[in-house]
Design a protein around this ligand. Structure first.
Ligand code: PLP
Length: 389
């Protein structure tokens, strides 16, 4: 079939997760779902908090006129106001309702931002390892991704970022807590990164993709970007904090100190209707407007993290517990992470090779799964480690 050559290339670049997904389906059919240990997808296994269901039922029963109609493209004014209040509190900067655009998840938010900002050939600097879809999002807007390494502990390599800046750089995209590493960037690195961007002659936007900010452990702080850098834009969603990835609801928050906020907001609002999704889902906008401050029970994920990390350590792995999100980016005992993931697959343990995230020599283990899946896999992880050491 004659599909675009570029998309053919993208399909093969993103094949790791797809391959694991397909393999998972095959293995589950053959051996039964309970005998397959599937850590391949970041699909939260917790149900949304009870307050979500209550609000949904209440809204479904309500007789609000026109509740399924189009609304202003940036979203319902009352939803934007509720979100602005939450963002103002978490960022420590007064953000108004008209600096918020409701979107179809964080993925929608990032596509809208890139479409609004990028001219053909503009570059976006992305620290690796990174969420696989970023490259495609940047490409959708005609931009080009400039991948830079992080340090050994996955913290930002500020020299690498400074060295990657060219006259074409339009933005730096960061993601903390990070998928796939679980790393949270500390305040000192956010401040230092902001200083590097502020000293440039042209405006470089700092885009912060934050769907995991609510999922952090051991009282670690996730410093906001808005206080640190005036040309910052936040993209986020309720996919993980409320376990709603299938409902496609998120938002963009623009720093009130940004230059030319009116034009930027006009651009974001236009692109929010021209990329194919037209507006964020009406019902979900109304639901989340009444759920400020509510999130899934993060303690459950903390226990899963500890169950996994302590279990892997007990069978001989060197494990550093991640600060947030629900991923462990585990170093492999051999450089060939694909081979190691294949060996795990033989034991019906599905993980994703780090190469798929530009982080070779690792596997990503998504531990947003049942405790029994974690407990059932530890023995197999140990056996595979012994095969290679
Ligand atoms: N950004 C990161 C880092 C993610 O891990 C994901 C989803 O897993 C997304 C964005 C997309 O999130 P959403 O489902 O809200 O579009």
């Amino acid at each position: 079939m004659a599909i675009a050559r570029k998309i053919e290339g993208f399909i093969s670049q993103s094949s790791f997760i797809r391959k694991m997904f397909e393999e998972g389906m095959r293995l589950k059919q053959r051996f039964g779902a309970e005998n397959v240990f599937d850590f391949s997808l970041g699909n939260p296994n917790l149900e949304p908090p009870a307050a979500f269901g209550e609000r949904l039922r209440e809204l479904a029963a309500s007789q609000l006129p026109g509740k399924h109609m189009y609304m202003p493209n940036a979203g319902y004014p009352e939803t934007r106001a509720a979100v602005a209040a939450t963002v103002s509190e978490s960022q420590g900067v007064a953000v108004a309702a008209d600096q918020i655009v409701m979107t179809c998840g964080a993925g929608g938010a990032l596509n809208v931002i890139f479409k609004t900002l990028l001219d053909p050939g503009d570059e976006v600097i992305i620290p690796a390892p990174f969420f696989v879809e970023y490259r495609f999002y940047v490409d959708n807007a005609g931009g080009s991704s400039r991948i830079v390494p992080t340090r050994k502990d996955f913290s930002l390599d500020l020299d690498a970022i400074r060295g990657a800046i060219t006259e074409k750089t339009k933005a730096v995209l960061i993601n903390s807590p990070n998928n796939p590493t679980g790393k949270v960037y500390d305040r000192a690195s956010i401040t230092a990164l902001s200083a590097i961007l502020a000293e440039q002659k042209r405006v470089i936007y700092l885009i912060s993709d934050e769907p995991y900010t609510e999922i952090v452990y051991d009282r670690i702080e996730v410093p906001g970007v808005m206080k640190a850098y005036s040309h910052s834009i936040v993209a986020t969603s309720y996919s993980k904090s409320l376990s709603l990835p299938g409902e496609r609801i998120g938002y963009i928050a623009v720093n009130p100190q940004i230059d030319g906020p009116g034009t930027l907001m006009d651009g974001l609002t236009l692109c929010n209707r021209t990329l194919g999704f037209v507006n964020a889902p009406a019902l979900m906008q109304r639901v989340i407007a009444g759920l400020g401050g509510i999130k899934v029970d993060v303690e459950i994920y903390r226990k899963k993290r500890d169950l996994l990390c302590d279990g892997l350590a007990s069978v001989g792995y060197r494990v550093v517990k991640p600060d947030g999100a629900f991923y462990l980016f585990l170093p492999t005992p051999i450089p060939d992470d694909v081979r190691f993931a294949d060996a795990l697959r033989e034991k019906r343990i599905l993980t994703v090779p780090g190469s798929g995230f530009d982080g070779p020599g690792h596997i990503r283990i998504a531990y947003c799964v049942a405790d029994a899946t974690i407990q059932g896999a530890i023995g197999g992880f140990g056996e595979v480690l012994r095969e290679f050491t």
